[in-house]
Design a protein around this ligand. Structure first.
Ligand code: SAH
Ligand code: SF4
Length: 370
């Protein structure tokens, strides 16, 4: 089987080229052809020596994931479904805005964390994506968008690891993939414009701070452990206090001077004003610089949960911002093609019975007692 060069960050590609008897600058040229120009045909890489091109043809390939479907929403959001074999498929979403273009990328086929309000979580977990499968989403999206828009300029300016999967539970693939995104010879995205979103895998937060400190979003969703235990089961392993301490340690290395807390607004579950006040005490107590991003819950039938009303959402946001905490409400994009947060479902052959566990949990009462 020929090696797919999308698997490699620049150092790994240089090592691969060294095995072929080539110097590092050749690897750099090759890397630029692949990621900056979107080339996959070695024969067309005109400044590489003929001998190298034919060596590469013999042992390497640059191959995107098979595309199953492409959907465009009325607001310009685009969603792709990619085949990652064995009956699994993952999704990536492009969200155009006036001043930026954001790509949301998947890190796993399914997710083992099993959050109550997340459609990926309900599907269970099949497997980690490889670094190449993560990078392939960006490679394909960037170069097909350039064709679509008829431009040679960069289209994707921001990248968020907010698709399917928990990126910090696929750490060994995440790091090389992030390096390709950040590399000046690759996509040249600054660390501020690449965001890892996590449900709170505490030990891996410390490693990320050392290895590749990009912008961080933490899915908080609850102001206390009893509720967070139910919504984000990983909380039982890494409770809120430990998570906040890890966030503080991360801030020392982070490219921004705050952490973004994501908070999915669930009607009657975590959206009460008393809970907003509890959040204020929580982040003040931990002395952590943060912003809140409130995400209107995107319902899917199996969740049994409802989106907070707009009034409740705004009142909740006001309590936080009156306390001096910068609070934004995420605009829902790509609604009509199920491309909004938490709706990415792809197709997952569950191998962990997570789907079954969640189905059982569905009987847990989440409404707070009035
Ligand atoms: N596993 C990571 C990243 C993927 S989820 C994480 O949990 O952070 C990206 C964001 O979408 C998370 O903040 C997640 O909590 C949120 N999300 C999941 N399901 C959602 C839903 N149904 N509606 C709105 N947001 C949701
Ligand atoms: Fe996994 Fe994130 Fe969904 Fe939770 S919200 S199940 S961590 S993808």
């Amino acid at each position: 089987m020929k090696t797919n060069l999308l698997e490699f960050d620049l150092d790994a590609l240089a090592a691969f080229c060294a095995q072929l008897g080539e110097q590092r600058f050749r690897a750099t040229q090759l890397f630029r052809w692949i990621h900056q120009r979107g080339a996959s045909d070695f024969g067309a890489m005109s400044d590489l020596a003929k001998a190298l091109r034919s060596k590469l043809e013999g042992c390497a390939r640059v191959e995107a994931l098979p595309l199953i479907s492409e959907q465009a929403a009325s607001d310009g959001t685009l969603k792709w479904l990619f085949d990652v074999r064995d009956g699994n498929a993952v999704e990536a979403v492009f969200i155009p805005e006036d001043d930026r273009g954001t790509l949301c990328v998947s890190s796993q086929a399914g997710c083992a964390v099993g959050c109550r309000f997340c459609s990926t979580g309900h599907q269970g977990f099949s497997r980690n994506l490889t670094a190449g499968e993560i990078v392939a989403q960006l490679w394909f999206a960037e170069h097909s968008l350039r064709k679509r828009f008829g431009t040679a300029e960069r289209v994707i300016t921001n990248l968020v690891m907010m698709g399917m999967g928990e990126p910090l539970q696929n750490y060994s693939a995440l790091i090389p993939a992030l390096r390709v995104m950040l590399d000046d010879h690759g996509y040249g995205l600054s660390r501020r414009r690449v965001t890892v979103s996590t449900s709170g895998v505490v030990p891996m937060l410390d490693r990320l701070a050392q290895d590749c400190p990009v912008a961080l979003a933490v899915s908080l969703h609850a102001p206390n452990d009893p509720l967070r235990d139910k919504l984000v089961p990983l909380n039982r392993k890494y409770p809120i206090h430990e998570l906040l301490q890890a966030c503080k340690r991360y801030l020392v290395h982070a490219p921004r001077d705050f952490i973004t807390f994501e908070y999915c607004m669930l009607d009657g579950v975590n959206d009460q004003l008393a809970q907003a006040r509890e959040l204020i005490d929580l982040v003040r107590g931990a002395e952590i610089r943060c912003k809140f991003n409130l995400i209107p819950f995107n319902p899917f039938p199996a969740s049994g949960l409802l989106r907070s009303t707009q009034n409740q959402l705004l009142a909740f946001a006001k309590v936080l911002s009156d306390a001096g905490i910068v609070t934004t409400v995420r605009r829902t994009r790509g609604d009509d093609i199920d491309a909004a947060c938490g709706q990415l479902a792809g197709d997952v052959r569950d191998r962990t019975r997570a789907a079954l566990r969640i189905a059982r949990q569905r009987t847990i009462e989440l409404k707070p007692v009035a």
